[in-house]
Design a protein around this ligand. Structure first.
Ligand code: FES
Length: 380
């Protein structure tokens, strides 16, 4: 029987419920006992893991739990530092120093640190529950209908008692470590969510990376079309047979070896130089404003698919169609590379090409629209 004379295992209706005055003067333990009985809960077994507070064994266990939260805090701090200060900008293979390696490590580093932080918070919570909470087995009978005022009052007492039972109040070391771990991990998640909105991809204005490619030339120096070869080889009209294509990259004579290397490996550099068959060239529909962008039967288009940026270079010479292998977008090379099948919705940007006095192809300027997948701020 409980302190209120309510038999454990359920009872509403077997006894007059205690009045407001009786409830107001009841201790928390009595209310817990009453609430359990009213809920039909029977505590079959309850054992405190550390009945005597402050023993060395308890302190040792507390330190074990604390270590989890310290790891969570350190990993969270590491994540924040890496996310904010790691050199994340793209650096092509072979870049000076270890820039490329640092760039490659960025995503794994922030992933591992954030994962460690969340994992350690979870580990600490589980360790606390397993090592410090009382072992308890309770049985509850189910009943139908909503809860009465009496039940609500006693449930509050039970929750307050649970808070006191888990002993977080007197375990300040764990409380502080858990607070630190959870705060740092949450800060990391917050920065992760907001970071993309804070970084400004347009900080270069009209020279921001999304507007300009290595085909641009500020000083009027010609940007030649070169092949991907060990030795420098500039493209010339006689290199391509009718109905064939070649991938070319930008090259300026004033560039250092490193600059030439970087331009070769920039994601927006690759261009397809296509030589149409004469009968196909006769049917070509030019894009408005770009009628002189080609040189005879030669057309140059960005190789970067306007859907999601895969290299689109499977050329079907018979139909003059270009296929992107990623999601099967097809582009019609007889109609300014406009998409005719698949998820891509924009034509491939065309490069304005010409041939100089020495017989080499060069670009008469950068692309007049952004290369690759669409984005909100795109102007064309
Ligand atoms: S990236 Fe080319 S079709 Fe999707």
């Amino acid at each position: 029987m409980s302190g209120f004379g309510v038999p454990a295992g359920g009872v509403t209706g077997q006894r007059r419920p205690p009045g407001a005055a009786e409830l107001a003067t009841s201790s928390r333990e009595e209310l817990v006992e009453l609430g359990s009985a009213l809920d039909g809960v029977t505590i079959a077994h309850r054992e405190d893991q550390f009945p005597v507070p402050g023993t060395r064994a308890e302190k040792r266990t507390e330190r074990k739990v604390t270590r989890w939260f310290i790891v969570a805090a350190l990993a969270g701090l590491g994540f924040l530092a890496a996310y904010l200060f790691w050199p994340y900008e793209y650096a092509p293979p072979g870049s000076s120093g270890s820039q490329h390696l640092l760039y490659q490590l960025y995503t794994p580093i922030i992933g591992v640190l954030l994962g460690m932080s969340v994992f350690a918070v979870g580990g600490g919570t589980i360790a606390y529950a397993k090592l410090l909470l009382p072992h308890e087995a309770a049985v509850q009978e189910r009943h139908i209908g909503g809860s009465a005022e009496l039940d609500r009052v006693t449930t509050s007492a039970i929750l307050a008692d649970a808070g006191a039972s888990i002993g977080l109040g007197r375990r300040s070391l764990i409380k502080r470590a858990a607070g630190l771990g959870a705060a740092v991990t949450s800060a990391g998640l917050g920065v992760f969510a907001l970071g993309g909105l804070i970084r400004n991809p347009w900080k270069g204005g009209n020279h921001a990376a999304l507007w300009v490619t290595p085909w641009a030339s500020d000083n009027g120096e010609p940007v030649f079309l070169r092949y991907d070869s060990e030795q420098l080889r500039l493209a010339r009209p006689e290199d391509l047979a009718a109905g064939s294509i070649a991938t070319v990259f930008p090259y300026k004579r004033s560039w250092s070896e490193q600059q030439a290397h970087d331009a070769m490996h920039a994601s927006d550099s690759p261009v397809m130089l296509i030589r149409l068959r004469p009968e196909q060239a006769a049917q070509v529909v030019q894009r408005k404003g770009q009628v002189d962008f080609h040189y005879g039967d030669f057309y140059a288009y960005s190789k970067i698919c306007t859907h999601l940026g895969c290299p689109a270079s499977l050329y079907e010479a018979q139909d003059a169609r270009l296929l992107c292998p990623c999601h099967q977008s097809q582009f019609d090379m007889l109609e300014y590379a406009k998409p005719i099948f698949g998820p891509a919705t924009r034509a491939l940007p065309q490069l304005h090409i010409d041939v100089n006095d020495e017989g080499y192809f060069y670009a008469r300027g950068d692309f007049i629209e952004p290369v690759g997948p669409a984005f909100w701020e795109r102007r064309s």
